[in-house]
Design a protein around this ligand. Structure first.
Ligand SMILES: [Zn+2]
Ligand SMILES: [Zn+2]
Length: 299
């Protein structure tokens, strides 16, 4: 999994930073998470092959999370896209898109509306699943959890060679199927294979007030992106506006025991995120501040 930040500012652009958008790459497939103003320009800046995006996730109906969508959808049509595009979003978004794109696009958009408060599977691929979950913000808002399943076991070469199991059967052993020789002798797949890599999880908090329930959803995640709009000195403002501080984001990561924490969605009042990093590091060591154009390996 690789996460590329296209926009990490809060409500409006500031100091060269853009509103929220990010690309999660899993096995060559690109997932677009939120689509703030300027997203398609940032895709060009960072050489993102946007035709490879088939699934778009919009967390909520604040403009800094979707104002870039119309332009990008239109460009996809101008480029002659024919593949369906799936958008997972609050129900209200559909009408807004349709009133602005009041003509036929070269491709079909398939909407899945986010409704359930509980963790709900909204995308179920062969190797990847995505769930949405409601977070606490000033309007209905959902976070997303991406799970890459790595179920396949791996061969133990010396054991395979010693037993002279035919090559064509290797992938079946990795799938957990035993091998039987012509004389009836059975080889248990566990004897000749080892467990594969564990699953990978990426959790995106969207905009949220500090809420310990998020720590349960993000438990043991490989990476959590948690908004940190403010520093703790502005805790009152953060709470009143249903946002979090860098300290609070780090507290959730600590409670959840995540491997990596990335913070972002900085308020326009901050010239840079140096103080955010310092504040978060006091609580949780493995924290990075989102930087646009940077990619983060999730493993
Ligand atoms: Zn926002
Ligand atoms: Zn918001």
């Amino acid at each position: 999994m690789k996460l590329t930040i296209l926009g990490c500012n809060a409500a409006s652009p500031a100091y060269g930073r853009h509103p929220t958008a990010q690309i999660l790459e899993i096995d060559g497939e690109l997932f677009l998470i939120d689509c703030g103003e300027g997203t398609q320009m940032r895709m060009q800046d960072f050489n993102i092959k946007s035709a490879r995006i088939n699934n778009v996730f919009i967390s909520h109906m604040h403009g800094d999370h979707y104002f870039g969508l119309i332009g990008w959808l239109n460009s996809q049509s101008l480029f002659g896209r024919t593949r369906k595009l799936h958008i997972y979003c609050p129900e209200k978004l559909k009408a807004i898109v349709e009133i602005q794109l009041d003509y036929k696009l070269s491709y079909e958009i398939v909407y899945t509306f986010l409704q359930e408060a509980e963790e709900t599977k909204i995308y179920d691929g062969e190797k990847i699943t995505v769930s949405s979950f409601a977070v606490k913000h000033s309007i209905p808002t959902w976070g997303f959890k991406f799970l890459k399943k790595n179920r396949k076991r791996v061969l133990i070469p010396e054991k395979i060679r010693a037993l002279e199991i035919p090559k064509y059967y290797y992938s079946k052993l990795c799938d957990g199927i035993n091998y039987t020789f012509a004389d009836g002798r059975e080889i248990n797949y566990e004897e000749v294979t080892a467990p594969g890599k564990p699953n990978l999880t990426y959790v995106y908090s969207a905009d949220t007030i500090f809420d310990e329930a998020l720590a349960k959803i993000a438990a043991n995640a490989n990476c959590l992106y948690h908004e940190a709009t403010y520093l703790d000195a502005q805790l009152d403002k953060a709470t009143a506006r249903f946002h979090s501080t860098a300290r609070q984001a780090a507290t959730i990561a600590k409670l959840a025991n995540t491997k990596l924490l990335i913070i972002g969605h900085y308020s326009s009042k901050y010239i840079n995120a140096d103080a955010h990093l310092e504040e978060a590091k006091c609580i949780f060591a493995n924290v990075k501040c989102a930087v646009e154009g940077e990619s983060y390996c999730i493993d």
